[in-house]
Design a protein around this ligand. Structure first.
Ligand code: MN
Length: 242
């Protein structure tokens, strides 16, 4: 894939995540550079729904912008740089504050795969406690390399992690995979909260989770094409009449 095509997909990922209720005015999605794995692409500081190709910036793995040209950067870009540094297998990352996941980060009730779409959650999603790395007086934001590195340690080899009192992070091998994970993690949280009111839950076991995750990874084009159509038809509806 060319860098231009990757940037196109990254712009689409921003819009899809907004359309699907994962990000709002806040949250971000990045992709590792295609030819230089020590670089990644991330929008300038702005609402994801409004991102266009010219808003995409390039960063090194210390989260320094390569060619800032006066553009403001996301305070929490260290989430991306530190995970890319420790996880060579990761090529795309979503950070969001999607609401249904927040209760699981603050109660310690494990977020576990309730249906086959979320096998990537594995046994249970790890929870990042910022007080362990940053003490009791942070503003909850990952605004330094040290906090980013601590978050990356919590993520470890997982595909998804919760951030106590803040949000979550999804990682993947591609934008298509990470967008899928961010969207379905939020769905899982909604369904799990609902099911907890009804009774004891039978979650996927480890084998079911791993096998379901593999099966979904072979189907990533299908939802992606649907989500792309959604953002394109919305763009047509909102463009001014000639
Ligand atoms: Mn955040």
């Amino acid at each position: 894939m060319s860098v231009e095509a990757l940037i196109d997909d990254l712009v689409s990922a921003n819009h899809i995540l907004y359309e699907q209720g994962v990000v709002d005015g806040f949250g971000h999605v990045s992709a590792r550079h295609e030819t230089n794995p020590a670089r990644f692409l991330l929008a300038r500081s702005m609402a994801p729904a409004l991102v266009a190709a010219e808003d995409i910036m390039e960063f090194d793995l210390e989260a320094n912008p390569i060619d800032p040209r006066g553009r403001r950067t996301y305070l929490e870009r260290f989430i991306h740089s530190e995970i890319y540094r420790t996880r060579p297998d990761v090529h795309a990352i979503v950070h969001s504050h999607s609401p249904s996941l927040i209760p699981f980060g603050v109660t310690g009730t494990p977020l576990r795969p309730i249906f086959h779409m979320t096998g990537f959650l594995g046994g249970a999603a790890p929870i990042f406690e910022i007080r362990e790395a940053g003490g009791p007086k942070t503003d909850m934001l990952i605004r330094t390399r040290e906090l980013g590195a601590a978050l990356a340690r919590t993520v470890g080899p997982a595909s998804f992690a919760l951030m106590r009192g803040h949000g979550s992070v999804a990682v993947g091998r591609s934008l298509k995979q990470v967008v899928f994970r961010a969207i379905y993690a939020e769905v899982n949280a909604r369904l799990q909260s609902e099911a907890m009111r009804l009774g004891d839950i039978t979650f996927l076991n480890d084998d079911e989770a791993a096998n379901a995750s593999l099966a979904n990874d072979n189907q990533l084009d299908r939802p992606w094409e649907l989500w792309i159509r959604g953002i394109r038809s919305r763009a047509r509806r909102s463009s001014p009449a000639q």
